[in-house]
Design a protein around this ligand. Structure first.
Ligand SMILES: C[S@@+](CC[C@H](N)C(=O)[O-])C[C@H]1O[C@@H](n2cnc3c(N)ncnc32)[C@H](O)[C@@H]1O
Length: 268
């Protein structure tokens, strides 16, 4: 009779950190561990296999209906918190456009609450699957001051919110179709609609960013801010769009790798 492989034998050959994650998650159940290792060997991202992943202070449930939140988006949350702190709004209203797993908006709610600020969040996504994951993450972390809306960018918002949003955060799709084909094939496991955007104004992947920036002045309160993540080829074009629709006090941030990544823009 052949002995069943041990847990250590099952994960042999995987990168150490990944083997450790899988052992921690499934080590007590050899059948689930074997299935998880097979998924990893077939190229599926570890985060979907484990089914949850840390993002700033939150452990977020994840599956293939949502983008795997990226480290540069953790930086965006830090920038957004600084922007809000500078304004000292007692009970801010936040809008997370293209919320995916809820990473940005739910982190803001949780971190503001830890600072004694009770914010209200509206989280929008065009994908019902993404909204289901985001709702689960809100329940998981007992974040109750949030409503979820299905729709394209600003289309699903109630008209009464016009001029009342203190902070809009967004990490829209911004990869051009041509660039998408050149990226690590592992991203084919993520929803294409979370990553790829049409071109606009002759710039690859700019179209959704333009929608987000152009719509912002109508919904922001006076002094309110938009904090948006963008691709490293978008900074100049996006600044022009923001300026053109009347947004001011534009501030650029690079990511930790030194690439242009975040635009902050204010409604005067
Ligand atoms: C790059 S992902 C960001 C997800 C999450 N905010 C994060 O940072 O991890 C972009 C998200 O925008 C959503 N999206 C794409 N097109 C949209 C649209 N027209 N209106 C609203 N959301 C959209 C996608 O479904 C996806 O969840």
């Amino acid at each position: 009779m052949t002995a069943e492989p041990t847990a250590a034998e099952l994960v042999a050959g995987l990168e150490r950190r990944e083997a450790r994650w899988l052992l921690e998650e499934f080590g007590s159940d050899p059948a689930r561990l074997a299935a998880a290792v097979a998924r990893r060997r077939s190229g599926e991202p570890l985060q979907y296999i484990v089914g949850h992943w840390p993002f700033r202070g939150l452990d977020l449930d994840l599956d293939s209906r949502v983008l795997i939140p990226r480290p540069e988006t953790e930086e965006l949350v830090g920038v957004a918190l600084d922007v809000l702190a500078a304004r000292q709004v007692a009970a801010p209203t936040l809008l997370d456009l293209g919320c995916g797993s809820g990473a940005i908006g739910l982190s803001l709610l949780a971190e503001l609450a830890a600072r004694g600020v009770l914010a209200t969040l509206v989280a929008v996504d065009v994908s019902p699957g993404a909204l289901a994951v985001a709702r689960r993450n809100a329940r998981k972390h007992a974040l109750t001051t949030v409503s979820f809306l299905e729709g394209s960018w600003y289309e699903a918002l109630d008209a009464s919110l016009a001029g009342r949003i203190d902070l809009i955060v967004a990490n829209p799709p911004y990869v051009g179709a041509a660039e998408y084909g050149t990226l690590d094939p592992v991203i084919a496991h993520e929803p294409r609609g979370a990553l790829v955007a049409a071109d606009a104004r002759g710039v690859p992947g700019l179209a959704d960013l333009v929608r987000v920036v152009e719509g912002a002045p109508h919904w922001l309160s006076a002094g309110g801010a938009l904090v948006v993540e963008h691709g490293d080829n978008h900074r100049e074009a996006l600044r022009r769009v923001a300026y053109g629709v009347g947004l001011r006090d534009l501030v650029d941030h690079d990511d930790l790798a030194g690439k242009p990544r975040i635009l902050v823009a204010h409604r005067p």
